[in-house]
Design a protein around this ligand. Structure first.
Ligand code: FES
Length: 155
């Protein structure tokens, strides 16, 4: 594991926000299309703010570290702010990378899964509140996730 950053190792060995939120406001589950590993995300929302974010993952060290990093990066943020603009997926990837420091190229297909599960959890929350515009916007973001799984697999 010598090519792994200290921050990534720390998030893997001592992951933050592992678990389930009972009566979550939103829930998302994703099976990574490359390896089949599963990640679940739970969110608790108050006044449009992500009060709590928890995850369960049956993935590798990179997915666990990414889910931990993502949950730390988005907790306390406004949902509107996360979905603002046209670069939501790119911004979430940047947030995770910043929190992890670096990730081996061959593991680049792992972080998109917790991000996708998180977006699905927000979409679930918006659907329950009948916020159709937001649901549609998240559909558009989700349609862009596919290409992120392929990063690092070429060559
Ligand atoms: S989650 Fe399956 S290899 Fe990383």
């Amino acid at each position: 594991m010598k090519d792994i950053s200290k921050k990534l190792l720390e998030h893997f060995q001592n992951p933050k926000n592992v678990g389930v939120i009972v009566n979550a406001d939103g829930y998302g589950k994703v099976e990574n299309p490359i390896c089949g590993d599963m990640t679940e995300m739970y969110i608790k929302v108050e006044k449009n703010i992500l009060k709590d974010v928890k995850f369960k993952s049956y993935g590798c060290f990179a997915t666990i570290a990414s889910a931990s990093a993502l949950s730390e990066a988005v907790k306390g943020k406004k949902i509107d702010g996360i979905l603002k603009g046209e670069r939501t997926m790119e911004q979430l990837m940047d947030m995770v990378m910043k929190e992890l420091g670096d990730i081996p190229k061959k593991k680049m297909h792992c972080p998109p899964a917790p991000i996708e599960a998180f977006l699905k959890a927000i979409q679930d929350y918006c659907a329950k509140k009948n916020e159709e515009k937001m649901v549609k916007k998240i559909d558009d973001v989700l349609s862009s996730v596919k290409c992120y799984y392929k990063v690092g697999l070429e060559e």
